[in-house]
Design a binder for this molecule. Structure first.
Ligand SMILES: [Zn+2]
Length: 50
């Protein structure tokens, strides 16, 4: 299972536990993720997915 380490609270978060939010940007849509525990923004999701 893929998990991410939240830098805000230090907890391990599974991909399906992330809070996903789709936002509009100049060049289209992008999805932002947040920690479900402390709501810290997590920017390196795509990187972690490889
Ligand atoms: Zn957190």
């Amino acid at each position: 299972m893929v998990t991410l380490r939240c830098e805000g609270c230090g907890r391990d978060i599974a991909m399906h536990e992330l809070e996903a939010k789709t936002v509009t940007e100049r060049d289209g849509f992008t999805t932002r993720y947040r920690c479900p525990f402390c709501h810290e923004g997590i920017d390196d999701v795509a990187e972690s997915l490889g």
